[in-house]
Design a protein around this ligand. Structure first.
Ligand SMILES: Cc1cc2nc3c(=O)[nH]c(=O)nc-3n(C[C@H](O)[C@H](O)[C@H](O)COP(=O)(O)O)c2cc1C
Length: 387
């Protein structure tokens, strides 16, 4: 039955926005808003996407485009697409076992995948289904906790950590609060109403998590796990207001593999990271979820690429098609990440939903490149102009 419903949904999906619309009918409003919403008045949420409209294509014609190259190599690993799954916490609230479903789909389709620390699935179980996973820790300022977590990651042979640095304190997102979303989970009228209106989610996701895990916990915050989703301690999950460059130096001294900082928007911060030996950064405003009215990551990319021509730059925020991804590649990005669309695809149809989302973007990339008259990413800058 579940398979039939998933197939029925997938037949109605033609682009990533369709997943957003369908996820609205699959999820209680509190969870739907938790994924969709942004900070403040959501200016940045729209501005992130508007950045793509300020860049237009001027295609070449009459070139042979029967073979386009859509793969990338990053940190010595080759993938079939230039985009990956951004770390998204709370995925298990969207669908039971969502972390593993996403990790598996990504692995099957040769796509980078990043597990968030803010997840209910022990990272060992996720690395078992996708050994090429990257991990995005939320480190506290306590050096012993950081060291313990790095030792745990060594044991699963993790090769890339993406330290999220744009959550010194928790954000305030009004739409999710109004809909009753809260961590730790607390019964409230709007959330209860939404859950009862979605029995499939109530039994198949929330209660299944509680029954299967007994006491579901945020498993990947510390070496020995983390707080339960009903515990007040959960407030501490996220970064720390005392986490600073000294911590980055400490991590760099001890972590022998690739180190990425996620959430930078200033070229001078990227220069500092590069000088400390950080291997790459993710230019990101956390999908406009932390603070409203920041510059868009695409604007940060233009400034940063001009100042650091050879540094590895990853970007996310508002990408919704292959066409969008190609604009970042044209401006010199090495990899693009997407968050919301994959969570929404997972809500709609689990692993096959995520696989379809990846495939839609991959096909769009190949199609757009051919129509633009280019066969390799490094030719894209020739056909992009600012509006
Ligand atoms: C529901 C949700 C949860 C997220 N959780 C995390 C997280 O735990 N760690 C992190 O670094 N970023 C997190 N992010 C931000 C994403 O990694 C990414 O920066 C953002 O989603 C990109 O924007 P997009 O959703 O428009 O693609 C989260 C985003 C969403 C939508």
């Amino acid at each position: 039955m579940a398979g039939f419903i998933a197939r029925h949904h997938l037949n109605r999906v033609f682009c990533l926005e369709d997943f957003e619309k369908l996820s609205k009918s699959c999820l209680p409003r509190a969870v739907y808003e938790y994924i969709r919403n942004g900070a403040g008045a959501e200016f940045s949420l729209h501005y992130n996407e508007a950045a793509f409209h300020a860049l237009l294509w001027q295609p070449y014609r009459l070139r042979q485009v029967d073979k386009v190259e859509t793969g990338v190599t990053i940190f010595g690993e080759t993938y079939s697409v230039p985009f990956g799954l951004a770390p998204t916490g709370g995925a298990a609230m969207v669908r039971y076992d969502a972390d593993r479903l996403e990790a598996r789909a990504a692995h099957r389709l040769d796509t980078p995948y990043i597990l968030s620390a803010n997840s209910l699935t022990p990272l060992e179980d996720v690395f078992a289904v996708n050994p090429r996973s990257w991990f995005a820790p939320y480190f506290p300022d306590d050096y012993d906790v950081i060291d313990g977590m790095m030792a745990r990651l060594e044991k699963v042979n993790c090769r890339v950590i993406v330290v999220t640095v744009d959550v010194p304190v928790a954000a305030k997102r009004i739409a999710e609060q109004r809909a009753g979303y809260a961590m730790p989970i607390r019964p409230n009228l709007p959330a209860a109403r939404g859950a009862l209106a979605h029995p499939g989610w109530l039994f198949g996701t929330l209660l299944r998590n509680i029954v299967a895990e007994r006491k579901p916990r945020i498993e990947n915050i510390r070496a020995q796990g983390g707080p339960g989703i009903f515990s007040k301690e959960i407030k501490a999950v996220g970064g720390s207001p005392k986490f600073d460059w000294a911590h980055v130096r400490h991590i760099r001294d001890r972590w022998k593999h690739k180190l990425v900082l996620k959430g930078l928007l200033r070229a001078d911060d990227v220069e500092k990271a590069a000088a400390l030996g950080v291997d790459a950064v993710v230019l990101s405003n956390h999908g406009a979820r932390q603070i409203d009215t920041t510059i868009s990551p695409m604007e940060a990319l233009m400034e940063t690429r001009a100042r650091l021509p050879d540094y590895t730059l990853i970007i996310d925020g508002g990408f919704r098609s292959g066409n969008d991804v190609l604009k970042a590649m044209a401006l010199g990005a090495d990899l693009v990440l997407m968050g919301r669309p994959f969570l929404q695809a997972c809500a709609v149809a689990g692993e096959s939903g995520v696989a379809k989302a990846i495939t839609l973007v991959k096909e769009d990339i190949a199609r757009c490149m051919a129509i633009l008259g280019v066969t390799q990413f490094d030719q894209l800058k020739e056909v992009l102009i600012e509006n």
